[in-house]
Structures are given as structure tokens and as C-alpha cells.
Design a protein around this ligand. Structure first.
Ligand SMILES: Nc1ncnc2c1ncn2[C@@H]1O[C@H](COP(=O)(O)OP(=O)(O)OP(=O)(O)O)[C@@H](O)[C@H]1O
Length: 495
């Protein structure tokens, strides 16, 4: 059913109080004007500046009474036909006892007809007494056709204001921009489109990072998501060949406008494994490869001692991520947020959080690709590892000889060291048992040492730093082996 039909049903059912949270006030008024074709009732609109006016007629009537909140409610109670009253930004006045009481009596229809009151505002919190009278209604967000039209309108405005100068449009970029405006209300999308167009009179691929950042700032209302400015490319990741091929196969299905027949959008993967072997880097590379924003959810910050708040925080964070779709949602150290304990020690909070998270994973349809990373696999709840939760569970092990050589090459090159003069194979031999992070650290230490001596870094110094390092695979040999044993049969090797 469309949103107009949904609203019509609610009005026909004589719903006493509708609450619509949106910045698109004008769209709500429009929608209700259309609704009058399905169910005829007088339509009134109120704001503190304009007072209560009837607006279903061709023009707009003069205000019925002074605009203050209590007089308005009294006027509404005296209306002699069942009416719809749109109250724009009325909720601040609910802080007053008289207003609150009057509204409650109106909703309970004591001495007045069965009017439908509609509270409209960007964010509406109701006193508990009123909340149970309210039906919250979400406006459907504009689709790509509406967004494309909006961008074109803004481009036309730009042209008018710049003496006929046309906006330079890269058609490929336009498609991606419109796709990335999804999840925003019309007002928000218009603001961002205007910003991109008016900043340089053009729409091009270079606008995408700015758009992703602005959209994130608008949508991360919960504050639990972090926007990761740094994504990566798979060319910066050594090894992990099977994982790369797997992601590559899913790229077009994730980014395509229309899904290939018979396929659901890929949902995500879990990366388990040894510390410092590139799990976080791979998460960043997935976002870079899909060309979508990367947002990180810090599970640890969701926990709150007040009853129900933790679940609410998770709900808000996941719903912000869905509004940001298409995006990659990265949950680092998943085991910290969803520890296997799930006992009643915490009043069942971790059980409920896990339950909500599993349902979300199973039921979501939006293009949020989840990349969860974890080190302490024994702490993960078994439900999470069951087949079908993630599309795939990869085990990221220590890099093999070829991957180590590639890690040396990548990191020497990144630090502008002429790696051609180094024997990458000899370095890879020396760094047997090292993680990528440890190799990177050895290069950095060698660079510091060479800098202090005022000479360029050479292979011998890097080898020296490697010899000075006791890698985690030695220091924690038993844990690493236990991890590998656990992973066998339960996960797919990433390499
Ligand atoms: N396969 C790799 N290719 C290139 N660089 C790597 C690789 N593995 C690790 N590194 C380097 O080590 C750094 C740290 O790795 P990263 O944080 O991705 O590991 P991790 O597995 O997520 O570790 P942790 O479990 O400790 O969070 C990376 O930023 C990168 O510079």
C-alpha cells in the first residue's frame, strides 16, 4: 500500500493522534490535501506564527483564533465537523500542564468530535501520558526519480542565478550521486544537492566523498556510528586472495541499480583471525571496492545502565546505517559487544541485544554490507556463527611467504623507499611468523633508526629490526594455534 492509502486508513479509523517526524512539513500538508479526495474532512493547519486556518478550500482562510496553543486546542474542540488538524511544531508547547491536559481531553474526545490531530516536526518526543494515544507515521523517503528531478531543479536554479551558465554534469557521477541521496528527506537531499552544485558549478565523481560526509552528519542522529574517512583499495592488501575474489564477485550485485534476477543483495561477512593480519584493512577495502561510505559501529558505546536504553541505542544505530545505505557497516571487535555470556547477570541485556542483532541481520533488505571483525572467537555467541547469519565467515591467518614479500613491497613503497634494491624474498624469509602489522612496524623502526643516523634505510636495517622483534605468533604461540584449530572446519581461509 502507498503512503497515501496508509494515511487514509488511519484517518478513516478515526485515529486521534498521528505523529509525523519529518523536516518536510510542506510535503505533509500536500499529502493531506491529496488525502481529502479519499476521505473528505475539513483540513486545518496550525503554526504559532499563522494560527489555526482552514486550508482545504481553494485559498486559505483567515485564522480562527489567536495562535497560542491553549486557545487553539479550545477552538479545535469546538469545531462542529469532524476535522483533521495539522499542528506544525506544536510539541514544544506540550511542556505546559494546561496544554498537555487540554490535548489529552481532546484526544479522549471529551466534549468534542472525533477529530484527527497530526503533530508534525523534525523530532517529536511526547509526554508518557500522550504517547499511548499516538500513532507514529513515517513518511516514505523520496525515490530515485524524485531525487533526480530535485537535482535537475537545483541545476536549473543554478543556471538562472548564473546568467545561463549550465552545470557541468558527469552522467556517471550523477547516477551515483542520486543513488547516494537516498535515505534523505526531500529537504535534506535538496540542501546537499544545492551544496554540491553551487560549490563549483559541476557534478562530478570528486563530489562523492563530500556527499558521503554530509549525509553521514545528517543521518547519524544516534551518535553511535563513526564515519571512516579512510577507505582502502584491495590493491593495498597483500594476500587474502580468496576473500578478494569473493568480494569481487559480489561487487556488481551490491552496486547495481537493479539486482540481478534471483539474487538478494549480499549481506556481509565475518572476519576472524590473528591480530594485525589485515582484517580492518580488508573492511576498509570492501568499502573502497564498492565505492560506498564506510561507517563503523562501536558496540562498546551502546551499553547503558538504564533499562532498555542499550537496545534502543542499537536500534537507532542500525536504523541510521540503513538510512545511509548503500554503505559498508563495519563492526570491529564484535566479541566485545556480543559476548557469549548472555547470562542474566546484566539483566538479560546482552541476550536481547544479540536477539535484536540476529533478527536485523536476517530480515534487513537494505544495502548495508556488514563487515564484522573479531579476534577472540571463543567469546562469540555460537548463534552468530550458524550458517546463514553471515554470507561467509573468513579466517585471516598470518601471511604466507608470498604475502609477506608483498607486504614489504607495499609498505616500503608507501614510505617512498626504493624497494627495488631490496630482496623481498629474503625479507619474507626473515619475517616468518610475522603479521602484516608487525612487518609494517619493523619497517617504521628501521626508518627511524636510519633517520637518526642520517643515512637512507637499507635491507640490513630492516632485517635487524625483524630480528629484534618477537612476534605475537611466538609470544602467544599456543593461543594462535588454538585459534587455527578452532577455525578449521568452521571458517573459510581468506587466503
Ligand atoms: N595483508 C596485509 N596487507 C597489507 N598491509 C597489512 C596486511 N595486514 C596488515 N597490514 C598492515 O597492518 C596494519 C594493521 O592491520 P589491521 O588493523 O588491518 O589488522 P587487524 O587484523 O584488523 O588487527 P586487529 O585484530 O589487531 O584489529 C594495517 O593497517 C596495514 O598497514
Amino acid at each position: 500500500m502507498g503512503e497515501l492509502q496508509d494515511l487514509t486508513s488511519l484517518v478513516r479509523a478515526n485515529t486521534a493522534l498521528l505523529v509525523i517526524e519529518t523536516p518536510d512539513e510542506a510535503r505533509v500538508v500536500d499529502l493531506f490535501r491529496h488525502l481529502l479526495m479519499n476521505v473528505w474532512r475539513p483540513l486545518y493547519r496550525w503554526s504559532i506564527t499563522e494560527g489555526l486556518r482552514r486550508v482545504d478550500l481553494d485559498g486559505e482562510d483567515a485564522p480562527l483564533s489567536p495562535p497560542d496553543a491553549t486557545t487553539t486546542l479550545r477552538t479545535i474542540r469546538e469545531l462542529d465537523q469532524r476535522s483533521i488538524c495539522l499542528l506544525l511544531d506544536f510539541h514544544p508547547y506540550l511542556g505546559y500542564a494546561t496544554t498537555q491536559r487540554l490535548l489529552r481531553e481532546t484526544l479522549e474526545r471529551r466534549g468534542s468530535l472525533a477529530h484527527t490531530l497530526v503533530l508534525v516536526g523534525a523530532k517529536i518526543e511526547l509526554p508518557p501520558d500522550l504517547e499511548h494515544h499516538a500513532v507514529r507515521f513515517s513518511l516514505r523517503l523520496p525515490d530515485e526519480r524524485a531525487l533526480l528531478k530535485l537535482v535537475q531543479d537545483e541545476a536549473a536554479i543554478y543556471m538562472r542565478e548564473h546568467g545561463g551558465k549550465r552545470v557541468e554534469v558527469d552522467q556517471e557521477a550523477l547516477k551515483v550521486i542520486v543513488r547516494n541521496l537516498r535515505g534523505l528527506s526531500l529537504t535534506e537531499a535538496r540542501r546537499l544537492a544545492r551544496h554540491l552544485i553551487f560549490s563549483d558549478g559541476a557534478l562530478h565523481l570528486g563530489d562523492l566523498p563530500e556527499l558521503a560526509k554530509l549525509k553521514f552528519e545528517l543521518l547519524n542522529k544516534s551518535g553511535h556510528l563513526h564515519f571512516e574517512y579512510d577507505t582502502a583499495r584491495f590493491s593495498e592488501v597483500a594476500g587474502l586472495e580468496r576473500l578478494k575474489a569473493w568480494v569481487n564477485q559480489r561487487r556488481t550485485a551490491f552496486t547495481a541499480d537493479a539486482l540481478p534476477p534471483g539474487l538478494d543483495p549480499p549481506k556481509g561477512m565475518l572476519l576472524l583471525g590473528v591480530q594485525g593480519c589485515g582484517k580492518s584493512l580488508a573492511a576498509k577495502a570492501v568499502a573502497g571496492g564498492f565505492n560506498v561510505p564506510l561507517v563503523r559501529l562501536d558496540f562498546g558505546t551502546l551499553y547503558n545502565k538504564y533499562h532498555g536504553e542499550t537496545e534502543k541505542n542499537l536500534r537507532d544505530a542500525l536504523s541510521s546505517a540503513e538510512q545511509l545505505a548503500p554503505c559498508v557497516l563495519w563492526i570491529d571487535e564484535l566479541e566485545k559487544g556480543l559476548a557469549a555470556s548472555g547470562s542474566s547477570e546484566d539483566g538479560g541485556v546482552s541476550r536481547r541485544v544479540l536477539g535484536y542483532f540476529l533478527t536485523w541481520m536476517a530480515e534487513r533488505k537494505s544495502k548495508v554490507f556488514l563487515v564484522a571483525t573479531a579476534n577472540a572467537v571463543h567469546d562469540l555467541p555460537p548463534e552468530l556463527l550458524r550458517k546463514g547469519r553471515f554470507d561467509e565467515i573468513f579466517f585471516v591467518d598470518l601471511p604466507d611467504h608470498a604475502a609477506r614479500a608483498e607486504i614489504f613491497r607495499l609498505h616500503l613503497a608507501r614510505r617512498e623507499v626504493a624497494w627495488e634494491g631490496f630482496s623481498l624474498s629474503a625479507l619474507a624469509d626473515a619475517a616468518d611468523g610475522f603479521s602484516g602489522a608487525e612487518i609494517e612496524q619493523a619497517i617504521v623502526s628501521a626508518l627511524y633508526a636510519a633517520h637518526a643516523d642520517g643515512v637512507p634505510v637499507d635491507e640490513a636495517r630492516v632485517v635487524q629490526e625483524i630480528r629484534n622483534t618477537r612476534p605475537l605468533s611466538v609470544l602467544m604461540a599456543e593461543q594462535v594455534q588454538a585459534l587455527r584449530d578452532w577455525a578449521r572446519g568452521r571458517t573459510v581461509p581468506a587466503d
